[in-house]
Design a protein around this ligand. Structure first.
Ligand SMILES: [Zn+2]
Length: 432
């Protein structure tokens, strides 16, 4: 991930649904509408009725102020009264969703949700530490033939190229049998170097053109000259490709998670990077770091969007945050121990530090927002640091080898093992 590099050039535009162009779960939107995120759907506020009286005033206020809306919010959008919260359904209307609070912790109604928290299964019923726990592995990006398009590719001279999407899949393939041997049921959100979305960049041509027009670019260039072209964001092709490999792809993965696999936890596997400039002549950097992300820290412009505001409440009311935070903290500490990496310090304002480890941040990423079960997003290692580059070139291997001046396991196994230790530690601590 590269911080803000891939934010769309404009927020606040989105699309209304039109007839599908492919046989698919979702229809392809082809017209821009206001007050929804790009490719976002009109939210169904009625789905939140099931959360009535499941949360107290104090817990709701804490999650709003300290986690989800820590950058502040307009009272036009969210009002917190002693007995209920009122959340505006549609920007520009006076139509509110009223959420009634439970009067005390003891009076909370149980939450109706598709996932089970580890603490809900007693240790005595378990043969193995992760017995009965359903984990989905989400290897970030696409890799393979798509790696250059998604700008997750670089190459130094004749060395094999570094492709994040292939590296994350390799970690998932090493991690899955380890989790299964501990009793977990494991599924892959992506299991090959191919997209889940049935759409391709050219399907988004009309949307890309409308998007650019609304951004004030009335006669956009069709194509860009390469990844270093400073004007690429203003071209039709770059926007079409972004809509395909990021927006449409992540929305399709969210459908897979929310309606098909319905896991108890999603682990989004990534490798981090620092800006590398020209991918054919990349810059290697000395620094390396680690951080993990959970959903939260919505910016006021994001809360303004009807779909993001509704999804934020889904996430908040589902009770995912305490699970996500404890899991992320546990994995952060075992990863920090295994890798020796320092915590990444954000230079941007779009995050909120959470927990005590210093490694975990809340941030409103599309995946952590749209996956409705607990979701932890991992960002270890800087791929274009000198040390990590050498370790990636060494590939996967058994045991220890001297790489970049030190005897160490393969970077893939170090990653996978430290995730396993963090998960097991969390389960041991949590299960009664
Ligand atoms: Zn990534």
């Amino acid at each position: 991930m590269f911080g803000l590099r891939f934010l769309p050039i404009l927020a606040g535009f989105s699309l209304v649904l039109a007839s599908p162009m492919h046989a698919a779960d979702e229809e392809l939107p082809n017209e821009i509408a206001t007050n929804l995120s790009t490719l976002g759907r009109k939210p169904d506020w009625g789905e939140l009725e099931k959360y009535q009286s499941t949360i107290t005033h104090d817990e709701f206020a804490h999650l709003v102020h300290d986690v989800y809306c820590a950058h502040g919010f307009s009272e036009e959008l969210i009002q917190i009264d002693p007995d209920e919260a009122r959340i505006l359904r549609w920007k520009g209307s006076q139509d509110y969703f009223a959420l009634h609070f439970a009067k005390s912790d003891a009076e909370r109604l149980p939450i109706d949700r598709t996932w089970t928290a580890p603490s809900a299964r007693a240790k005595a019923d378990l043969k193995k530490p992760l017995d009965g726990f359903n984990i989905a592995l989400d290897p970030g990006h696409l890799g393979g033939a798509w790696a250059k398009m998604e700008e997750r590719w670089f190459q130094i001279k004749k060395a094999p190229p570094v492709q994040e999407g292939d590296m994350t899949l390799k970690v998932a393939q090493i991690l899955a049998p380890k989790l299964e041997s501990l009793g977990a049921k494991v599924s892959f959100v992506r299991s090959a170097a191919e997209p889940l979305t049935p759409y391709r960049p050219s399907d988004f041509r009309e949307i890309a053109c409308q998007f650019l027009e609304r951004a004030g670019i009335t006669e956009p260039r069709e194509d860009f000259s390469g990844p270093s072209d400073p004007q690429k964001e203003k071209t039709v092709r770059w926007q079409e490709e972004l809509l395909f490999y990021r927006n449409s792809e992540i929305r399709r993965r969210a459908s897979q998670v929310n309606y098909r696999s319905q896991p108890d936890l999603v682990l989004c596997l990534h490798f981090n990077a620092e800006p590398w400039g020209d991918p054919a002549k990349p810059r290697l950097v000395p620094n390396d770091h680690l951080h993990l992300l959970v959903n939260g820290s919505y910016l006021p412009v994001e809360l303004d969007l009807d779909d993001e505001r509704c999804e934020m409440l889904h996430k908040l009311l589902s009770g995912a945050y305490p699970e996500e935070l404890d899991l992320a903290e546990s994995i952060a500490l075992t990863m920090a121990k295994a890798t020796g990496l320092p915590a990444y310090k954000y230079k941007t304002e779009n995050v909120t530090p959470v927990g005590a480890s210093g490694y975990v941040y809340a941030r409103n990423l599309m995946a952590t927002r749209l996956y409705r079960c607990p979701t932890v997003y991992l960002e270890p290692y800087v791929m274009n640091s000198r040390e990590v580059f050498a370790r990636v070139q060494a590939g996967d291997y058994d045991g220890l080898r001297k790489v970049a001046g030190k005897k160490r396991p393969s970077i893939y196994r170090e990653y996978a093992n430290s995730v396993v230790y963090g998960l097991v530690g969390y389960f041991k601590k949590t299960r009664p």
